[in-house]
Design a protein around this ligand. Structure first.
Ligand SMILES: [Zn+2]
Length: 379
């Protein structure tokens, strides 16, 4: 393979950038963007490297590509058919290596797409921008979230963002992620009074007290979802009570439950509804919440339409919008108030042994990104 986008993907895979270590990835990207006239800003925080870069003028729309250069560890390298940090292409054109799908191919495709676009239209309207981090896979605490805060403080205006994460499911192009559900965890302790099971009138059993409240929590319909999100779900993850002895009424019951919620609800709405249920059952309790991510949604619009029609043009596929899956950096980027989607290669092998990507898909991804740039910035 001699295509520049394949060569760049391979170069990036060869950098053993285990989160949050960027190794040389962002330097390699900077060396590509700088000669094109991109304004480059490195935002390094602790062990994390971040890159904010743009080309063009503020007048007009800004389309930002976002992604990460870090990867998860390879695991047991002896289980790989080829060394995980030595990019290897088999006779079918499948490229193997850690980060092949998540997401060094995506980063290479966006860099090469911007390169072609800027060379072809050096005086294009608007801006092509990049937000690249080395802290997505681990803590995600010094990466995109911090750069987004910085951009908000500066009142940077971003119209569109394409996160190059592997969004495709079974065939390349079948899925665009246009949002994610929120995730909220409750850590509940129900307090009672420990005692002898033979003298229940002297004890107060928190398991018995909680049982009807649990029943109500489980039976509650939190919402009915909407056009883009499935119904909000609540699942008990852990429940613990008892001393281990058969003749002791426990003094405390710990329950942990998690909500995956739609854009119909906010974390505050869920919290107050849970409190109301617990209070209605006269429980003496302590409740601590942990919010992992608010839901975000980009309704169908210019960005999803441009992406869907580019996908159709290059793959013949009628793509679909989806909000499935876990959290991603899209949750931070959404705070910029821009339209944000994730679109990239097939995610079937991400984080696995023998992670791989089809080289043809990377080439097509680059072509789709160029087409989206032309549709949104030249219009
Ligand atoms: Zn990723």
């Amino acid at each position: 393979m001699t295509e520049p986008v394949i060569a760049l993907t391979k170069t990036l895979i060869a950098e053993k950038s285990i989160s949050p270590d960027d190794k040389n990835c962002q330097q390699i990207i900077i060396e590509r963007l700088k000669p094109l006239g991109f304004v480059i800003e490195e935002v390094n925080i602790g062990n994390t490297k971040n890159l904010w870069a743009y080309h063009g003028e503020l007048a007009g729309k800004t389309l930002m590509f976002a992604g990460h250069t870090d990867v998860v560890p390879a695991g047991d390298e002896s289980k790989w058919n080829s060394p995980p940090f030595e990019p290897t292409i088999d006779k079918n054109g499948i490229l193997y290596g850690r980060g092949a799908a998540d997401m060094k191919s995506g980063v290479a495709a966006m860099v090469c797409a911007a390169e072609s676009f800027v060379k072809k239209y050096p005086d294009h309207a608007g801006r092509v921008a990049f937000l690249i981090t080395s802290d997505e896979e681990a803590d995600a605490s010094d990466g995109t979230v911090k750069v987004v805060d910085l951009l908000i403080k500066r009142q940077e205006h971003i119209d569109y963002c394409i996160v190059g994460e592997p969004s495709s499911d079974s065939v390349f192009g079948d899925q665009i992620k246009n949002g994610r559900r929120g995730s909220l965890t409750a850590n509940l302790v129900v307090h009672g009074i420990q005692g002898h099971v033979a003298y229940p009138h002297l004890a107060d059993n928190p398991v018995h007290r909680f049982a009807p409240a649990l029943n109500e929590l489980v039976a509650t319909v939190w919402d009915n979802g909407n056009q883009y999100f499935p119904q909000t779900t609540m699942q008990v993850a852990n429940i613990n009570g008892g001393t281990g002895a058969e003749n002791v009424v426990p003094g405390e019951l710990s329950v942990q439950f998690n909500f995956r919620y739609s854009s119909e609800l906010t974390d505050e709405m869920i919290k107050s509804k849970v409190d109301a249920i617990l209070q209605r059952h006269n429980l003496n309790y302590t409740l601590n919440w942990r919010l992992s991510g608010q839901p975000f949604l980009t309704p169908q619009g210019e960005l999803t339409d441009a992406t869907a029609s580019a996908i159709k043009a290059f793959t013949k596929i009628d793509t679909k919008l989806s909000t499935s899956g876990g959290t991603s950096d899209g949750r931070f980027i959404a705070k910029l108030g821009c339209q944000v989607i994730e679109f990239g290669v097939i995610n079937k092998t991400i984080h696995k042994v023998n992670e791989n990507v089809n080289c043809q898909d990377i080439i097509t991804l680059q072509a789709i990104y160029i087409d989206i740039l032309e549709k949104l910035l030249l219009a």
